[in-house]
Design a protein around this ligand. Structure first.
Ligand code: PEP
Length: 250
């Protein structure tokens, strides 16, 4: 089954608008090899400027979170309509920093996933275990719980409408990466769960990204794995040369 790979840059709380314009332009000016998608997820203040910058390129725009309503009294949130207004088409949801620092729960995350889909935004649902959970041998149980809870009442007609990101919390921003074998094992497990939640043909279409200290030195080996369909990249997405190398993995 061939899935179009997705290389996504999560800029987190980095970049002024002028830095964002420059970084987005550097990425958009180098077309990605065919059968690859590139997504930039800048902070909210830079969504519009990055949307403008990538408008006539193949680079996609995403947000780092999304609300489930189109408008209203939701201080601090942005809506699917607002994201679409600046050219966005995807939203990262349930990032471990949202879960750990901002206490986002599985049910809130599920609400966001449902809202995104309802209004035509592709959710990138992030799941991942902590170091304590891995050492306690509960990785698969934790991931299954997060995946099933995040996808409650979330029917799909096509697997292209959903992206999952497996991000072991202990590998985010730490320089530690799961071994390719560890990552592939988890991705295969997730695809099996998706086949159980949906159907095998839909599960086979869903892209499962790996995230956690992906960099130019480890991307080739990660992307060679059967069930790794792309990368969600933090630190290494903030420099054009390193993110371009990741986009052009071998
Ligand atoms: C992330 O922000 O989702 C991430 C994986 O960060 P880093 O690549 O810096 O580990």
């Amino acid at each position: 089954m061939s899935r179009t790979s997705l290389l996504a840059g999560n800029w987190k709380m980095h970049t002024t608008t002028s830095e964002a314009r420059q970084l987005a332009a550097a990425i958009a000016n180098q077309p990605a090899p065919s059968n690859r998608e590139v997504l930039l997820a800048p902070p909210m203040t830079a969504l519009a400027v990055v949307g403008e910058t990538v408008k006539n390129s193949n680079v996609l725009l995403g947000s780092q979170n999304i609300c489930w309503e189109e408008q209203g009294a939701f201080t601090g949130e942005i809506s699917p309509a607002m994201l679409k207004d600046v050219g966005g088409s995807m939203a990262i949801i349930g990032h471990s920093e949202r879960r750990a620092i901002f206490a986002e729960t599985d049910s809130l995350i599920n609400q966001r996933v449902q809202g995104a889909l309802k209004y035509g935004i592709i959710p990138i649902l992030c799941i991942g275990e902590t170091l304590e959970e891995r050492e306690a041998g509960t990785t698969m149980t934790i991931l299954e719980g997060q995946l099933r809870a995040g996808l409650v009442d979330t029917p799909l007609t096509s697997g292209a409408d959903l992206v999952i990101a497996y991000e072991p919390v202990w590998a985010i921003g730490t320089g530690k990466t799961a071994s390719t074998a560890q990552a592939q094992e988890v991705h295969l497990f997730i695809r099996g769960l998706l086949a159980d939640i949906y159907q095998k043909d839909i599960a086979d279409q869903i892209r499962i990204l790996y995230g956690g200290s992906v960099n130019p030195a480890n991307v080739d080996e990660l992307m060679a794995q059967e069930d790794i369909d792309g990368a969600l990249v933090g630190g290494a997405a903030l420099k054009a040369d390193s993110f371009l190398r990741i986009i052009n993995y071998q």
